[in-house]
Design a protein around this ligand. Structure first.
Ligand SMILES: *Cc1c(COP(=O)(O)O)cnc(C)c1O
Length: 397
């Protein structure tokens, strides 16, 4: 298949091939334009960059290790490395982006940050960044999710954020997003901090840029370990796709590196309870950009399902929609049970309890063809503390 060099860089209007753009209400145009201008000025500003990198090293704990797993290497008959995003402050890759955007918001003179969250991981990262910078933080969250994710709600509140329940529709993530957008229209001076490579241009590009530190480090670390900067395969899970975009970023233009995006198949692709968007979805507009999304025959967004809250999203970022449909990235899907088994196995064999999302990426090792010459990097996007109740329920009853 054809892999274009610039598959990961959008055009002036924010399109990655046919996907992307900014499909937003007229009232939000000034906000998005302002963000575009400020970001394009700061993107290559050396003091902005060094502020960001300093936070990543001193506050987040980067670089995260690239760990060669002896057990997985033996099991799969090739070299298997884990990129340890689980070791970041707050437990996942999401803090990279939250801090980058907080610095942007500060430069823009904003005093209030808004965000939406499903499982609460992005909400916690945003509340953390706001506490650090002394900014007011409002997190919109579906009423059902507030009940399901009580520990993260408590964390956000303890960090000083206000958690606002979304009470419309199915009272989950997409309703929280609608509430956040409504609030933003009425309070255009607030800064909307989006948590994945989704939303209107320039958000997908901004989030991918901030997360690209992951593949920047992989290249350096792999070179130190093997004398070669490029693995043969990089595997990452995709909810909206920010950890995958970060792990793939500096390999998009290296056609010899195979990029494998893992989606949640839930109870199975044909079960009606799945979140494997790129396989089951069709083109449409979601949260301000054209992408692939799960919808019924009337174009209504359907409720996705995955045991992992971070992958339970009806769309994927436009960058991935483009990259998968052009064949540059290969889509693989993994069921709840396959992910649970992979989580158990890594915990028992390596002493690392992965997030359920990351366990999907690990499980993909069993679903692809591997050769003895393969050097595989699996992006371990987060740690499993938040998923302990699910693991215990599943494995002890
Ligand atoms: C939120 C989350 C994800 C999914 O989000 P992406 O934007 O697709 O990366 C994956 N892993 C963990 C640990 C998460 O918290």
């Amino acid at each position: 298949m054809n892999s274009t060099i610039d598959t990961h860089i959008p055009d002036e209007m924010g399109f990655y091939g046919e996907f992307g753009g900014a499909f937003i209400p007229e009232l939000l145009h000034p906000n998005v334009e302002e963000l575009k201008t400020v970001y394009s000025n700061l993107k290559n500003d050396s003091s902005f960059k060094s502020d960001f990198l300093k936070l990543l090293s001193d506050y987040v704990g980067r670089p995260t290790p690239l760990y060669r797993s002896e057990k997985l290497s033996i099991e799969f008959g090739c070299e298997v490395y884990l990129k340890r995003e689980d070791l970041n402050h707050t437990g996942a890759h999401k803090i990279n982006n939250a801090l980058g955007q907080i610095l942007l918001a500060k430069k823009m003179g904003k005093v209030e940050i808004i965000a939406e969250t499903g499982a609460g991981q992005h909400g916690v990262a945003t509340a953390t960044a706001c506490a650090l910078m002394g900014l007011r933080c409002k997190v919109f969250m579906g009423e059902i999710d507030i009940e399901r994710q009580a520990p993260n709600v408590a964390r956000m509140q303890f960090l000083g954020a206000e958690v606002i329940p979304a009470v419309s529709g199915s009272r989950t993530l997409k309703d929280a997003t609608n509430e956040a957008i409504r609030y933003w229209i009425n309070n255009p001076n607030s800064y909307y901090l989006i948590g994945s490579v989704v939303g209107p241009h320039p958000y997908p590009q901004i989030v991918a840029d901030f997360q690209s530190i992951i593949s920047e480090e992989i290249k350096k670390q792999l070179f130190e370990a093997t004398g070669n900067m490029n693995p043969t395969k990089v595997i990452a899970c995709v909810g909206g796709g920010s950890n995958a975009a970060g792990a793939f970023y500096h390999f998009y233009d290296q056609p010899e590196v195979e990029l494998i995006a893992v989606e949640a198949a839930g109870l199975g692709l044909g079960s009606g309870k799945s979140a494997a968007t790129s396989i089951l979805g069709k083109p449409g507009v979601l949260h301000g950009s054209k992408t692939i999304l799960m919808q019924n025959e009337f174009g209504q967004v359907t409720e996705p399902y995955s045991i992992s809250a971070g992958l339970d999203y009806p769309g994927i970022g436009p960058l991935h929609a483009h990259s998968i449909t052009t064949g540059r990235t290969i889509g693989v899907s993994v069921t709840d049970n396959e992910a649970l088994e992979a989580a158990k196995s890594l915990s028992k064999n390596e002493g690392i309890i992965p997030a359920l999302e990351s366990a999907h990426a690990l499980a993909a090792l069993s679903k692809i063809t591997l050769n003895s010459t393969d050097v595989v990097v699996v992006n371990l996007s987060g740690r499993g503390d938040k998923d302990m109740a699910t693991y215990i329920n599943h494995f002890t009853v």
